[in-house]
Design a protein around this ligand. Structure first.
Ligand SMILES: NC(=O)c1ccc[n+]([C@@H]2O[C@H](COP(=O)([O-])OP(=O)(O)OC[C@H]3O[C@@H](n4cnc5c(N)ncnc54)[C@H](OP(=O)(O)O)[C@@H]3O)[C@@H](O)[C@H]2O)c1
Length: 342
């Protein structure tokens, strides 16, 4: 594995002079071993329904290998990222925690999200799983804790788990609570049975899947929409048809807009999300991509550009359908994928 210095200089070379100001200065300070001058936060903040402020742009960690995770998180934090999205099920909370601890960025400046995995649903199990996540992350509070998926086959357990989140929130161990992959009906069922409106609903959204109904329901309840696979990573991570992989970032509309604005396809898509008012957490384990991905706040897409990307929607889901989400089926599919790779 290359050294930190090699990573940083490779990233600097890849990004070049077009990068946003401060990056190279931050890199040289990181090279000197001091994180005191880590690049200031790049992402604007948004206010959640409980008044807590959250960055609108962060880094995802799904499929981020454990051997690289601490270094990637440290690099991201030292280069302006302040929002980190992980999950118990990603198996890298420990390394993500190491990255946060060693970044030198004050804990209070970092917004950390993790998620309760379905195998730990139920009130008591959720409480234990929360403690375990905090222990692995080496934190004494979380900024945001999410239920990873609704369990339509056992919604009682979903409710009981959310009640555990409410208790943890009341005890000030979490600054905000929320859900992930909930559709409008799941949100209604939750509202009927619980006290606190989720602050966030993290769902699959990208130009090929607009999720209009869910986004509208979120807006109606005062829930912020956070987009997973914002640049379509799910299609390449888990192709449904290996012979016909969907490459969202190669879509001619996106590529053409990249040429028009002199931006990468990923920057175009991420700016599109941002101008729609949504939170994004693109994952990359490549340093030059991490730097470029967050560099979206210095150009504007026109109304016509936005409409052109809106027009790409084809309701194409890369991940599981939350209406039919069933843990046993999910695990069987994951096992099938694993053995296909062996
Ligand atoms: N709540 C949920 O159920 C759920 C589900 C899935 C994901 N998530 C969260 O959302 C985050 C983001 O979703 P995701 O990781 O599925 O997909 P994504 O962020 O849309 O895409 C990530 C993929 O795109 C590549 N990539 C990143 N930047 C790029 C660039 N500038 N140009 C070309 N390729 C680029 C990455 O490869 P490299 O790493 O090699 O650069 C990776 O393969 C996850 O990491 C996770 O934290 C949540």
């Amino acid at each position: 594995m290359p050294s930190r210095r090699e990573f940083l200089s490779a990233a600097a070379a890849a990004v070049g002079a077009l990068s946003f100001p401060g990056v190279l200065a931050a890199q040289s300070s990181a090279n000197s071993g001091s994180a005191r001058n880590a690049l200031a936060a790049v992402s604007p903040l948004t206010k959640l329904n409980n008044g807590v402020e959250m960055p609108v742009f962060g880094v995802g960690t799904y499929a981020l290998p454990t051997f690289q995770a601490a270094e990637v998180i440290r690099f991201a934090l030292n280069n302006g990222y302040r929002l980190i999205d992980t999950a118990a099920n990603y198996g890298n909370e420990k390394e993500v925690g190491e990255g946060i601890a060693s970044s030198g960025v004050p804990r209070s400046d970092v917004f950390v999200t993790t998620k309760l995995w379905l195998e730990h649903y139920g009130y008591d199990a959720a409480m234990r799983a929360f403690d375990e996540s905090l222990r692995k992350l080496k934190l004494d509070y979380l900024d945001l804790y999410l239920l990873h998926w609704p369990q339509p086959v056992d919604f009682e357990k979903t409710i009981a788990s959310y009640k555990a989140l409410e208790k943890l929130y009341a005890d000030k161990r979490i600054r905000a609570i929320g859900v992930s992959n909930f559709n409008a009906d799941h949100l209604q069922l939750l509202r009927d049975r619980t006290e606190i409106v989720p602050a966030i609903n993290q769902v699959e959204v990208h130009p090929y899947l607009s999720q209009e109904a869910v986004v509208k329901a979120n807006d109606r309840y005062g829930i912020k929409t956070e987009c997973w696979s914002p640049i379509g990573g799910i299609f390449t991570n888990h192709p449904r048809d290996a012979a016909n992989v969907v490459h969202l970032l190669e879509d001619p509309v996106v590529v053409k807009l990249g040429q028009k604005h002199r931006k990468t396809p990923a920057q175009i898509v991420l700016r599109w999300h941002n101008q729609h008012g949504r939170i994004v957490i693109p994952k990359s384990q490549h340093y030059e991509r991490l730097l470029k991905n967050i560099d979206i706040f210095r150009f504007e897409l026109s109304a016509e550009d936005i409409a052109a990307i809106d027009g790409l929607n084809r309701n194409l889901r890369g991940g599981p359908d939350p209406n039919a989400f069933d843990l046993a089926a999910f695990k069987a599919a994951a096992e099938k994928r694993r053995s296909a790779l062996d």
